[in-house]
Design a protein around this ligand. Structure first.
Ligand code: IPE
Ligand code: IPE
Ligand code: MG
Length: 251
């Protein structure tokens, strides 16, 4: 049916609702071309637009993109500054298309620690797309899974100490409700996690939420990750058997 065998047909009834991507390999993409690392980040930003549209048209409900980790502050100042300017450029240029695609932007992370211009760009993007009803484009910006669990623990302990929360009633839903993904409701946990660039680790991403996610590691650097590679990753996902600790119905 398809001229290009590398782009398989997907089962429209089993599109993963929440796809999370660790967009890795921008620096190596640039190095391979004898370009500065920031050129890789610029190419990576351009690719966010391409993959956002492809994901939205595929029927994905939430696309969470790891844009900056709580550990990425360790990088040289010039690179960090450039990364902090990217959301400003991205939303400036891409906002009309996001609105046309009916995409709703959300941003999660330790946002108070971001430069004011970055925080303002994120807040404006959320406000300008708040009425959209299509795919949620959820950016993880200055996000760390451990940091998120520390904050949740602190908030839960504060409520318990204040007497508004009974410690014996704390359960998984209590924890989930205090995580940064709580706005996503029933879609908080990714069905599929993709990491580009061939690295096979989580690097502090969505530690609680990823307990039963299917993991796909793609060799492509993020700027080279095309819609057809996304389709292949989703096809991989559709070939998996998710048991969540149980057994198959026909076992
Ligand atoms: C991912 O690409 C982008 C961020 C972490 C912000 P990298 O910058 O990590 O690229 P590599 O891993 O050095 O190639
Ligand atoms: C993970 O990539 C963070 C983002 C993609 C934003 P890193 O490049 O920071 O991860 P490590 O250092 O290789 O684990
Ligand atoms: Mg990296």
């Amino acid at each position: 049916m398809f001229a290009d065998k590398s782009t398989p047909a997907l089962d429209p009834a089993r599109i993963p609702a929440h796809v999370a991507i660790i967009m890795d390999g921008n620096g190596r993409w640039a190095k391979k071309r004898f370009l500065p690392r920031i050129a890789g980040h610029k190419a990576g930003m351009e690719n966010v637009k391409v993959i956002t549209k492809a994901a939205s048209r595929m029927g994905i409900k939430v696309l969470t993109l790891y844009a900056f980790s709580t550990e990425n502050w360790k990088r040289p100042d010039a690179e960090v500054n450039y990364l902090m300017s990217l959301p400003v450029d991205f939303f400036n240029v891409f906002m009309p298309e996001l609105i046309a695609e009916n995409v709703r932007v959300q941003v999660m992370g330790e946002l108070a620690a971001l430069p004011a211009k970055t925080r303002q760009a994120a807040a404006a993007a959320e406000a300008d797309t708040a009425q959209n009803t299509g795919m949620i484009l959820n950016f993880a910006l200055n996000y760390g899974g451990r940091d998120e669990l520390i904050e949740a623990t602190r908030a839960i302990a504060t409520e318990a100490a204040a007497g508004t929360l009974d410690p014996t009633a704390i359960d998984g839903d209590t924890v989930a409700a205090h995580l940064m993904t709580n706005r996503l409701g029933a879609l908080a946990d990714p069905d599929l996690l993709i990491r580009t660039s061939g690295e096979e680790r989580l690097s502090n991403f969505l530690l609680w939420q990823m307990a039963y996610s299917e993991l796909v590691f793609a060799p492509e650097y993020w700027p080279d990750f095309t819609p057809s590679v996304l389709t292949r990753a989703v096809a991989d996902y559709q070939a998996r058997d998710r048991r969540f600790g149980g057994i198959d119905a026909n076992s």
